[in-house]
Design a protein around this ligand. Structure first.
Ligand code: MN
Length: 204
């Protein structure tokens, strides 16, 4: 049974989540400029999730910001582009360095077009996760046990998934191009916030 810790506004002092931290966010919607950040989920890959609830007007979270910008800690996301933009818009810090399992999956699992987190959990971690709470009200002052469990499941399996994808990237000779793509993600998130989302800057 995985462990779940709920924190208010920030991570506790002195918490060490290691050199690679899985991170996900829940927001009020899909537009990071319009929809506020409500929850930041983190895991060290040790079957424990730390959930930081961000309430309106309480956006000073020095420990979380220090982790997001710590050059010695790699932040592991699924679809990092959105989370980096949401975190930058809400907290004013650019998350780096990052890895994105969705990009890794697209680069090596070319035999499928199913690159959602649910697909990767099933195919690479052997875990069925539910996406039922995805569209629930993350702005609620008190989150339900179902919401908290769902939010935790979005970070608990990312390390296992990344291990599999990393091996595939090396096998297929695409590790370096994946790294280059991750390096561009913070800039891409900024471009999204500037309004260069669709069509993107590179489109004809
Ligand atoms: Mn999520």
């Amino acid at each position: 049974m995985s462990k779940l810790h709920l924190h208010q506004h920030d991570l506790p002092d002195g918490l060490d989540l290691g050199r690679m931290v899985a991170i996900d966010t829940e927001t009020m919607g899909l537009d990071p400029r319009r929809d506020r950040l409500c929850l930041v989920q983190l895991s060290a890959g040790d079957d424990t999730a730390h959930l930081v609830q961000i309430l309106p007007g309480a956006l000073d979270c020095p420990n979380l910001k220090a982790l997001l910008t710590d050059a010695a800690v790699t932040k592991l996301f699924h679809f990092a582009r959105f989370d980096i933009a949401a975190l930058f818009h809400a907290l004013g810090v650019l998350t780096t360095p990052v890895i994105c399992t969705k990009i890794a999956s697209r680069l090596v699992r070319t035999y499928t077009d199913r690159h959602g987190l649910k697909d990767l959990c099933r195919d690479l971690a052997g875990v069925e996760i539910s996406k039922q709470q995805q569209t629930s009200d993350w702005g609620a002052m008190e989150l339900s046990p179902e919401q908290l469990n769902y939010a935790a499941s979005d970070v608990l399996y990312l390390h296992v998934i990344w291990q599999k994808l990393e091996a595939l990237l090396r096998r297929e000779g695409r590790y370096e191009i994946a790294e280059a793509a991750y390096g561009f993600l913070p800039t891409l998130a900024k471009l999204d916030l500037l309004g260069y989302g669709e069509p993107d800057l590179f489109h004809h």
